[in-house]
Write a protein that binds this ligand. Structure first.
Ligand code: SF4
Length: 790
């Protein structure tokens, strides 16, 4: 009897999920109704042994300080150690007992009585462990384990291709030929489809108008909705906040299931953020249901023998090779009755051969190149009756566009290697002009009215926008207008946020408590064990930074402070309201003789560099922008700027200086870096003993007390000129933006491309040498150093 003979009332099938669908389709075709039950072996073991839920996962992860994905691996493997007595598994046993005692492992007391009303039919490779479990089931009801059918070897055609695109193009043509012969798309299956082939399939099959049904649709994680969830999870502390922020989204119902499963958790959502993100990865996009479609299925899915099967990538990685690197090592697996890697490999090979022969219409497809390099045929080649076939040039063209793309690829090969095959020659004769190499990547302007409408006639600009625009206008367009940037929160950015938040209150709140403030800020995020370890060190670093800044303030005359000051400067051009905004980390000021002396300080978590010689190109304007913001803000009357500085609060690695204690060098590193007013009265406001330069880096005095020519000072007039320059650069940027001019113009400064190195859009813009704007900054005699770090 084969599997289908057991389609009778009262059968419980333990089969892979695709086989279940296949049986259901067969029942549909018969038009009968049966009392059947289906389970995969995994589902069956869960019901028969135990299952766990999210509460167990959260408990395990928090108790043993492991990531959600690792916690899942531990819990998954607990079911295999039912009665094992293996020393290396003692700890896992203890963890299992602990979870059991806490009621976190769920046992289904009713399941045996449900089983009693079914006969059990199992198909697939059954391990000794599973057999032992099935023996226990036999005490309740009858169990039939179906042997795999013997298959008769027959000749199997195999085609080889250079790349995945040619392979997919061939299959699309074959599918069209089959359709012409009256074959239903529902009986055409594509197997062993990896990422590279999947990408080509979606593109090429859409050109042919062939619908694809994919059993495994892709995750919501990388979608627009996924990005929104990640953003909301950055700050949300309750489930209600998440729901309110996402409920209008189309995909929200899929994520709501996740939230419902975690609703047992009553604490701060930030504590389980990693779990929610992990679940988001597993949320699948909604599948499109076609009545007729070619199906992408895993290899060895049970389908009708006479279906048409295309087996992709019959290469060195087929069938899967297992190594002894699982959670349980082979020796442990042997004792537990699980397949060892050697046994799995044997099964994998014999199953693959049997499955290939079980299809009467299977075509093997092998390719010579992948994106990573050369590929080789599968080692099964010697064990199968393979008939190597050559692709015949197509006489009928089902998709002209796809064929033109094929021809362009063949031209590429001709250019690179001087080869062209018969199909290439015929296509070249047929299509006289496909515009080969006529593509120009240059930015061709978009309609100004469309652009203004897209921005809703309003735009916000900040220093980083301005800098990105001047580094490359096209990168600004992709990032800030089309919003193609994917923001990934890292440990480094989180620490930056925590440092900034603590520093924003420590000098302005009279009742400031470092411990309280640190705890409050850190509690907004969740950290793994490694993160927590580094945080301990960073916490003492921040304490040191605050103490050093307090020390620096004792030699200054400033008696007022503004922290995290948001400043907005409105700009208006016809059709577009623009706000230039910025947050100034710290403004120190004091009034003296009717004058307000002001110093601007920006905390930097990176490795700041200020090169004012680039200011005329709109670059490195960070400090001048703060000067501009405060000067245009009308926060103060009769203002005299004492200086504008950066202060490195992270990444302040020490450059060893002989003769200086470590503590002193650390303090040196926290000196302000920037420009000071050249007037000695103003200088004394920031550092009463400026000649010894204990607060500001780069203030050097000669023996006679005069300032050294290398000192980083600016006169009032020079500071005013900088403010005007920033204003001019902002206006020029706005002028280009309102014209929707986003030319690809990366900057090469003194021979080094400073724009493209870390640009996330390298794969999009196709920039070449002609786009580069070369800037050479020449140091004039006596001119100050460009670098702030000396
Ligand atoms: S890679 Fe270079 S040229 Fe391309 S968008 Fe980025 S900065 Fe501009």
């Amino acid at each position: 009897m084969n599997l289908y003979d057991y389609i009778q009332d009262g059968t419980l099938f333990i089969v892979p999920s695709f086989t279940r669908q296949k049986i259901l389709r067969t029942i549909d075709e018969k038009g009968n109704f049966y009392r059947l039950k289906f389970m995969t072996m995994g589902e069956f073991l869960e019901r028969f042994l135990f299952s766990y839920d999210e509460e167990a996962l959260v408990y395990f992860s928090k108790t043993y300080h492991v990531k959600p994905s690792i916690a899942k691996i531990y819990l998954e493997h607990m079911k295999y150690i039912e009665s094992a007595n293996i020393p290396s598994l003692e700890f896992l046993q203890k963890q299992k007992v602990e979870l059991d005692e806490k009621g976190l492992l769920h046992r289904d007391a009713l399941f045996p009585s449900i089983l009693a009303s079914y006969r059990v039919v199992v198909s697939g490779d059954v391990s000794p462990f599973e057999r032992k479990i099935l023996e226990r089931v036999e005490q309740i009801t009858s169990v039939t384990i179906l042997d795999q059918d013997e298959v008769v070897p027959h000749s199997v055609p195999m085609y080889s291709f250079l790349t995945a695109s040619f392979m997919v193009s061939f299959v699309a043509n074959e599918v069209m030929k089959l359709v012409k012969q009256g074959v239903s798309l529902n009986s055409i299956y594509l197997m062993n489809v990896g990422d590279e082939v999947s990408f080509e399939l979606e593109r090429t099959f859409s050109l042919y108008g062939i619908p694809l049904r994919n059993q495994e649709s892709s995750s919501l994680y990388g979608t627009y909705f996924g990005a929104k969830v990640k953003k909301v999870l950055e700050t949300a502390t309750t489930f209600q906040e998440i729901e309110e922020a996402l409920q209008e989204e189309e995909c929200f119902p899929m994520f709501l299931n996740v939230l419902n499963r975690y609703s047992f958790y009553e604490g701060n959502v930030q504590d389980i953020k990693e779990f929610l993100l992990e679940e988001l990865r597993n949320c699948q996009k909604q599948k499109v249901n076609y009545e007729e479609a070619v199906s992408i299925v895993p290899f060895s899915s049970l389908i009708q023998e006479d279906c048409h099967v295309f087996l992709f990538d019959f290469n060195q990685d087929f069938p899967t090779t297992y190594k002894d690197e699982d959670f349980f090592r082979d020796d442990v697996k042997k004792e537990l009755g699980l397949w060892t890697s050697t046994e799995k490999n044997l099964h994998s090979r014999t199953d693959a051969i049997r499955d290939i022969y079980s299809f009467s219409n299977i075509t093997l497809l092998y390719r010579k190149m992948s994106n990573d390099g050369e590929m080789y045929p599968s080692s099964l080649l010697d064990e199968l009756l393979v008939e190597k076939k050559e692709v015949e040039p197509t006489l009928t063209i089902y998709s002209p566009l796809s064929k033109k793309l094929d021809l362009a690829r063949k031209f590429d090969l001709h250019q690179k290697y001087g080869i062209i095959d018969q199909e290439g020659k015929e296509l070249a004769g047929f299509y006289q002009d496909i515009g080969y190499q006529s593509y120009r990547h240059a930015y061709t302007s978009i309609s100004v009215s469309d652009f203004l409408e897209h921005c809703n006639h309003h735009l916000t600009l900040s220093y980083s926008d301005l800098n990105q625009f001047y580094e490359c206008s096209f990168a600004y367009y992709l990032s800030k207008i089309l919003k193609l940037d994917a923001f990934e929160e890292s440990f480094y950015t989180i620490v930056g946020n925590v440092f900034h938040a603590v520093l924003a209150t420590c000098f302005s709140k009279p009742d400031f408590s470092f411990e309280k403030s640190w705890k409050q800020e850190v509690s907004k995020y969740s950290f793994d064990a490694r993160g927590k370890f580094f945080l301990m060190k960073l916490k003492s670093d921040l304490e040191f930074i605050i103490a050093t800044i307090r020390k620096q303030m004792t030699v200054s005359s400033f008696d007022h402070i503004l922290c995290e000051k948001r400043i907005e400067i409105p700009k208006h051009v016809p059709g577009l309201d623009i706000t230039f905004k910025g947050f100034v980390d710290k403004i120190l000021y004091t009034e003296d003789m009717g004058m307000t002396y002001v110093a601007i300080i920006d905390y930097k978590t990176g490795n700041p560099e200020l090169n004012l010689r680039l200011a005329e190109y709109g670059l490195s304007l960070q400090l001048p922008v703060y000067l501009y913001l405060v000067s245009k803000s009308h926060l103060f009357s009769n203002v005299k700027f004492t200086g504008f500085y950066l202060q490195k609060i992270l990444n302040n690695e020490i450059t060893i200086q002989k003769g200086k204690a470590y503590q002193e060098q650390k303090e040196d590193n926290l000196k302000l870096q920037g420009y000071t007013n050249s007037s000695s009265v103003a200088m004394m406001k920031i550092d009463q003993d400026y000649a010894s330069s204990s607060v500001v880096k780069g203030l050097k005095c000669k023996k006679n007390g005069e300032l050294s020519s290398n000192s980083k000072v600016k006169t009032d007039a020079e500071m005013d000129a900088l403010v005007s320059l920033v204003d001019q650069k902002i206006d020029e940027c706005i002028e280009s933006i309102v014209k929707a001019d986003f030319t690809i113009n990366p900057k090469v400064i003194n021979g080094k491309n400073e724009s493209c190195g870390y640009c996330p859009f390298r794969a999009i813009c196709y920039h070449d040498d002609r786009d580069l704007i070369r800037i050479t900054t020449v140091e004039k005699e006596g001119e100050e150093d460009a670098e702030m770090d000396e």
